[in-house]
Design a protein around this ligand. Structure first.
Ligand code: FE2
Length: 443
């Protein structure tokens, strides 16, 4: 990759202590340019460009589009960069992925997890991601990966926020000692509690696993994010259980149902009922379009289902939906660059969100809507008093970012530049014209 990430701690502390101003910024949907003043890593003013003398060193954005950073609501850092180890997933199914991962999990070490997870976090920061929710498999008596990710969370805290989900990949009720492992994961520092009800042995085990997780979440004041109905089975209906528990416990917006691919197979009557229950509960949904387009429909002949969350319909029902990357080069998905704009682009195709208003919503699904999933509250957004976290993008609008999949030229975290990517044009030689530098996909 072409970027530089500044990691010098002295530079970090110097920059945080100083005031500085980022001038000539363009905000989405606003014609006038603005200057953003920063003090000690916090936004202190947003004023019309040139209207106020800049304080401290100046970074000239030169009319770049400025947006809040990307938020990754769903990734698996513990499994990342293990594709082909020890063997490739030949069938391409989710189930063989779990078998391959189970083999790789047996030889995990702290150093192994730290190295792979940190590498992907570096890619994420380079791509403009400053808030990450990572699931972490806790169906491991040693909790090796969980301990490593909690350690990493503290180490990277000055650059980005990392939330760690205790994710029971092989079940809670159906896995030996599964309930106790979840409790141990809480003690070890997990931020969020996961579950995988459709993988449990029976429907009843799945419901019981959700009850266990909600009781733990209430007792410890934790968030909930369930891998829910990631199967092409119209009989898999655990979203209704998650939403109802969230409603009755009052946990509501602190709860997320991820994947929810069985929704792609539900009939119209049940879908209508489900949208009402989900909207009432306030829970969030996370759709992972790249991975689930790849994994789902593997047992179908033709017609072959897409197997995705009902994104368009849930948005219309008032439900908060975000897009996640999910896997990066692991037993379930061999590709991935940890770039949310690639995910969002895939989401437009997969969920048929090609209307102009819908594409603005898609940009929100990897920024503001994803921030709501992580419950970031006032720690997120371009506003006075909030952390000076934002991106400088060489684009005209969020739509332009999505269409051309441009990467940020600068990523600013707590007021300091943590990643720079030169926007390099293409030298084009064309009949009848002298060789010229063009940004050839820009209109
Ligand atoms: Fe996942």
């Amino acid at each position: 990759m072409n970027e530089r990430i500044h990691r010098d701690p002295l530079e970090r502390s110097d920059m945080q202590g100083n005031s500085r101003t980022v001038t000539d910024c363009r905000l989405p949907g606003r014609p006038e340019r603005v200057d953003i003043a920063i003090e000690a890593g916090v936004i202190t003013s947003i004023t019309p460009a040139g209207s106020t003398p800049p304080s401290g060193p100046v970074l000239d954005a030169a009319g770049a589009l400025v947006t809040p950073p990307y938020v990754e609501p769903h990734i698996h850092l513990d499994t990342a960069l293990t594709a082909g180890q020890p063997r490739w997933n030949v069938s391409g199914t989710l189930w063989e992925g779990i078998e391959r991962w189970s083999e790789r999990k047996a030889v995990l070490t702290r150093e192994d997890v730290l190295a792979r997870a940190e590498e992907v976090l570096r890619w994420q920061v380079a791509n403009g991601v400053l808030h990450v929710r990572s699931h972490c498999d806790v169906t491991d008596p040693e909790l090796t990966a969980l301990h490593a990710l909690v350690e990493l969370r503290e180490r990277v805290r000055d650059v980005l926020d990392l939330q760690v989900v205790a994710f029971p990949q092989e079940g809670i009720v159906s896995f030996p000692d599964g309930e106790r492992l979840m409790a141990r994961a809480v003690d070890a520092g997990a931020d969020v509690l996961g579950a995988i009800p459709h993988f449990e042995d029976t429907r009843e085990d799945g419901v019981r696993s959700l009850q266990i997780v909600f009781e733990l979440a209430e007792r410890h004041g934790l968030l909930v994010d369930v891998h829910c109905d990631e199967i092409d089975d119209e009989q898999s209906r655990f979203v209704e259980v998650v939403a109802t528990l969230a409603h009755r416990t009052g946990l509501g917006r602190r709860v997320t149902a991820s994947h929810t691919t069985a929704m792609g197979s539900y009939n119209g009557a049940y879908s209508r009922k489900l949208r009402r229950i989900v909207a009432r509960s306030g829970i969030h949904l996370v759709c992972n379009p790249m991975v689930n387009l790849t994994l789902q429909g593997r047992f179908d002949d033709y017609p072959k289902r897409r197997g995705l969350t009902q994104v368009k319909e849930m948005l219309a029902a008032g439900v908060n939906v975000a897009f996640g990357h999910d896997d990066v080069m692991d037993p379930w998905f061999p590709l991935g660059t940890a770039n949310p704009i690639q995910v969002a682009h895939a989401g437009i195709l997969a969920a048929q969100l090609s209307g102009q208003d819908e594409m603005d919503e898609v940009f929100a699904m990897v920024t503001e809507r994803a921030a709501r999933v992580l419950d970031l509250g006032e720690r997120y957004g371009l506003a006075v008093g909030r952390p000076a976290d934002f991106l400088l993008l060489p684009a005209d609008s969020p739509f332009d970012v999505l269409r051309r999949q441009v990467r940020p030229t600068r990523v600013i975290s707590r007021g300091r530049v943590v990643a720079e990517t030169p926007a390099t044009p293409t030298r084009l030689t064309w009949p009848g014209r002298a060789p010229e530098d063009v940004d050839f996909v820009r209109r």
